[in-house]
Ligand binder design. Sequence first.
Ligand SMILES: Cc1ncc(COP(=O)(O)O)c(C=O)c1O
Length: 415
Amino acid sequence: MHSNKDQSFSANAGLEHALKLLQQVSFEPHKLPKKCPNSGLGELETMDLLAPHVLGRAARLDRSHALAHMDPPTPWITWVAALWNASLNQNVLHPATAPFAIEAEKLLIDWLKPFFGMNGGHLCSGSTLANLTSLWAARDAAGIKRVVASKASHLSIKKAARILGLTYEEIPTNSKGQMDAEQLKNISDVCLVLTAGTTATGSIDSLKLAGKAKWTHVDAAWAGPLRLSPSHAHLLEGIEKADSVAVSAHKWFFQPKDSALVMFRETKKANSAISFGGGYLTSPNIGVQGSRGAAAIPLLATLIAWGRDGLVERIDRTMLMSAKLAEELSNKKGIALWALPTTGVTVFRPLTCRTDELHKRLPEGMFSTCMLDDETWLRSVAVNPLADIDEIISIINDEINWKFVLHTHKLNNKK
Ligand SMILES: Cc1ncc(COP(=O)(O)O)c(C=O)c1O
């Protein structure tokens, strides 16, 4: 085959076939080759072989009862942008290989940074890396040797401290799942990590503490996007005093993985500590990753397509869902609600049966579980704008009512 006729590298009817498969509802999976095949099946047959696995066996995050995790369904405009990205394979590491992608990332950061009071930053593949990058900047731009975070902070904070050789100190949480500020001692020479939306309960540490340590990092992986919502932005008041902020775009910004933002209040100072210029680079490599794709483009596309209003409408809609769920659960006999949700994470457990027993009886993907104070709790995360909260409430009601009747029946028989 003459190389410039190699259809494997051009847009063709195969993409239409891919789109048809994407819309298909049921599949019959066939076994995948056990070894790397020597001769190829060809693209069309490969799609037919893989679709039942990739599409048919995926967890459906867009189902009406899907409320378990921080992973949202993604809007179709991001699929288009991701397809364009994959086909062009731009590398933001080199200006010559990503002229528009670099501009797009800068524009996106310029749009978003004011909501967080930051003055610059870059994209990376997740908040695990955004947290690592921030703590790296704290160490090398501010001379930090010790990281202080709450017991409820994400494991990536401890991981970053370990990688960077920093001492890690954990502060207990209060009854609201926030860092217990009364337990904080001298923080004048530490990196204080405050979480805006803890993984298990969605709690927000007191952001009044931001700016009181030598370096404050706010891990806003989950709740960061609330800053764009006029109704909820106040929940993260004080974030603008942080030195660095991490936000996962593949959570509440509805982006495909891998997409997150790391932002700094003094970007020049932070970047000077986390940049390397290799001989072959025309501009320095900033941050942990080297080669990096154009993750800004799907988010830019989402913001242009929906506008801030459209994004906020979806976030607010999911916040209402969690409020409705919590209200329903708080009125229910046989249920303990951990607390009223602040950032769309609702945590509860049944009092009449074991949590894992109830979890098993509920549809897959409806709730996840978490451990709090040595108890297992059910956890829901409102990140799916397509969820039907009335359907979810009615499914729990059916289960809990049944269990409650059974439980009281057993108690009456014991008397
Ligand atoms: C509070 C918090 N920080 C950091 C992370 C890590 O983010 P990512 O999964 O984007 O690496 C998570 C993930 O759930 C999180 O909840």
